[in-house]
Design a protein around this ligand. Structure first.
Ligand code: ATP
Length: 241
């Protein structure tokens, strides 16, 4: 697909509603996730947040917590923590339960199809939020070019992951560069713009939390990285120890 054709249909109509879409394994959800969503919900002035727990991510090892537990942890973590409404979109979990592999492009396509006609789609901006590690993986995702036609893409810096475009596949870097502009652009159209948030550095990862919980139980360090209500839930359900 040529770089030009991706943007040929980009809608220039003013956006009426912005939705922040944040997917992940959330195994478990941690303070980094919460801080990210709080930060971008405010910075991008979105109207709503959709959290999308992954079914079984195709690029990751078997998850420890069940889908039901991860959904519950998300509810507990985000409850009363945002200034805008949030919902948990279970489509990826449902596809996984039906043995259907899940890809972000399908998830966004489904969201767009909920609004039906082109007019309302032009008025709704979807903003896909990912961390810098996924920025590096992006060009391996199924039909990744199509994602530029479905949503804006916002990347959060993460310790240990460079945001240098010259370290990324050339086609992806070119497309990214063409779509990159000012953060205000994300309000001007419903998809196809990109933004790198470079000055974030939350050194928190679910892998490290899982490992520490397994090896040392709840320490001062790990408990500071997990939302309080999620900690209580983990204590009752012993998911990582
Ligand atoms: P794991 O260590 O198991 O890979 P994770 O901490 O990356 O987990 P995920 O649920 O896989 O958590 O992440 C969901 C999304 O949040 C991904 O786009 C990931 O890049 C992003 N993310 C997670 N933690 C951070 C962080 N500390 N800074 C920036 N982005 C993050």
């Amino acid at each position: 697909m040529g770089v030009k054709s991706v943007f040929a249909n980009a809608a220039a109509t003013a956006v009426k509603r912005s939705i922040l879409v944040f997917g992940g394994s959330f195994d478990p959800v941690h303070m980094g996730h919460l801080a990210l969503v709080q930060h971008f919900a405010k910075r991008l002035e979105v109207d709503e947040v959709r959290l999308v727990p992954a079914g079984q991510p195709w690029q990751k090892a078997q998850l420890k917590a069940t889908a039901e537990q991860r959904i519950k942890m998300l509810e507990l973590a985000f409850d009363e923590q945002l200034s805008v409404p949030f919902s948990i979109d279970q489509q990826e979990v449902e596809r996984a339960a039906a043995q259907i592999p899940s890809y972000t492009v399908d998830t966004l396509t489904n969201m767009r199809s909920q609004w039906g006609n082109a007019q309302s789609n032009e008025e709704i901006a979807l903003i896909l939020l990912i961390g810098a590690d996924q920025f590096h993986n992006f060009a391996t995702w199924k039909n990744w070019q199509q994602i530029f036609k479905l949503a804006h893409i916002v990347v959060a810096a993460r310790p240990g992951y460079s945001l240098q475009l010259d370290t990324l596949p050339r086609e992806f870097a070119a497309l990214w560069q063409q779509a990159n502009g000012a953060i205000e652009d994300l309000k001007q159209c419903s998809f196809g713009k990109t933004w790198l948030e470079t000055d974030l550095a939350w050194d928190i990862s679910a892998t490290r939390i899982r490992d520490e919980l397994q090896q040392q139980g709840q320490t001062k360090e790990t408990t500071s990285l997990i939302p309080r209500k999620v900690l209580d839930y983990l204590q009752v359900h012993h998911i990582y120890n």
